[in-house]
Design a protein around this ligand. Structure first.
Ligand code: SF4
Length: 359
């Protein structure tokens, strides 16, 4: 087995927490002189190889993660980060699969590699972010607290730059690309869309282009503006969770109930599309609440469930039918407005304020 201290190369699977944390990892590991090797983008092979090693009921993101580990091993990467992200704040937990990721990988991947296990558990003493980062770099012989703290600042810088750009409306991959180049670019996007949709789902489900079959591109080609959790502040997400009458329990609740709760009250959003993995326990609970609340708000909702068998044709047909219904609804509203009062000027309500609706 190679000497970790000499190599200073870390493999990061392009799956699961990659979609939320990679800007931080990039700034952090680079600052410490640790080279990152990413697995290749998800392909059909990644999915089928991962699925072949776990039980059928396992959710798609975990199958994809396993496939990415195999890809890194095949690329010759020996040191692979497999974090155990237990809780991200006091009593705010991840699902059991995310929490037990190192054990799961140990049990299903038989090829030899050095698994860098690091645990983040903010509900426990001495398992906060600093301890997590120290565990990530200890195998490389880095133990100097000052160096680790300095590197974490570099990580936060890259992470914050990324979020400044996504909050300004820049798409995920473009903002990621700029952030990794150390740039912050704010673009003045004045394009107006006749229809706006809130896309609700975990980052690993909606930004992995193979997993979600390029849903963002497909919607934009249908002349639909796509809004996600990345455009929202933590205050807006918290308030969104409250809108659904929830208390935050799941770590990825922001991406689901927080986002849905916020956009349900936003009258410039014409409809909600949720993307969930088949067999996901937390999502099935959250989707139930979102569906109930969407009915109360009178907001159209489409729930797309994905697994490795999901066919693109059926996926696109459902998406097209939903968007078509939103266009027809909008046209009908405009016609109604013309009939109600001649003084009213028909217009698309793209930039109106958030309204409160009685629940
Ligand atoms: S939250 Fe759901 S989709 Fe994500 S890993 Fe857990 S079970 Fe799978």
């Amino acid at each position: 087995m190679a000497n970790l201290k000499e190599e200073k190369i870390i493999g990061i699977p392009r799956a699961m927490s990659f979609y939320g944390n990679y800007p931080f990892y990039f700034g952090f590991f680079n600052d410490l002189g640790i080279k990152i090797v990413l697995s290749d983008v998800t392909t059909k092979q990644t999915m089928s190889e991962g699925a072949g090693l776990v039980v059928t009921e396992t959710c798609l993101p975990i199958k994809v993660y396993v496939g990415h580990i195999l890809n890194l091993i095949r690329k010759g990467v020996q040191n692979i980060l497999v974090p155990s992200l237990q809780s991200i704040d006091t009593k705010i937990y991840n699902c059991s699969k995310i929490r037990g990721l190192p054990d799961l990988i140990r049990n299903v991947v038989k090829e030899k590699f050095n698994m860098i296990e690091a645990t983040l558990d903010k509900s426990e003493k001495n398992q906060g972010l600093y301890e997590f980062l120290a565990e990530c770099v200890a195998p490389f012989g880095i133990t100097d607290k000052k160096l680790i703290k300095k590197a974490s600042k570099a990580g936060w810088r890259c992470y914050n730059n990324f979020h400044v750009m996504t909050k300004s409306g820049m798409p995920y991959s473009k903002a990621l690309s700029y952030a990794l180049q150390g740039k912050v670019v704010i673009e003045n996007n004045t394009k107006e869309y006749p229809i706006s949709i809130a896309l609700v789902g975990h980052g690993y489900n909606i930004y992995d282009e193979r997993v979600c079959m390029k849903i963002v591109d497909k919607l934009e080609k249908m002349d639909v503006k796509v809004c996600t959790s990345l455009q929202l502040s933590s205050e807006q997400l918290d308030e969104g969770i409250l809108t659904l009458g929830n208390e935050k329990y799941w770590a990825n609740e922001d991406e689901m109930t927080g986002t849905a709760g916020h956009y349900l009250k936003d009258n410039k959003i014409d409809g909600i599309v949720t993307v969930t993995a088949f067999g996901c326990g937390p999502d099935s609970l959250m989707i139930e609440r979102i569906t109930r609340k969407a009915k109360q708000f009178g907001k159209p909702l489409l729930n797309l469930t994905i697994d490795e068998q999901t066919g693109e044709a059926g996926f696109v047909t459902r998406l097209e039918a939903f968007v078509d219904m939103l266009f027809r609804k909008k046209r009908a509203n405009i016609v109604n407005n013309i009939n109600i009062g001649e003084k009213e000027t028909p217009q698309y309500t793209l930039n109106t304020d958030i309204i409160e609706t009685k629940s």
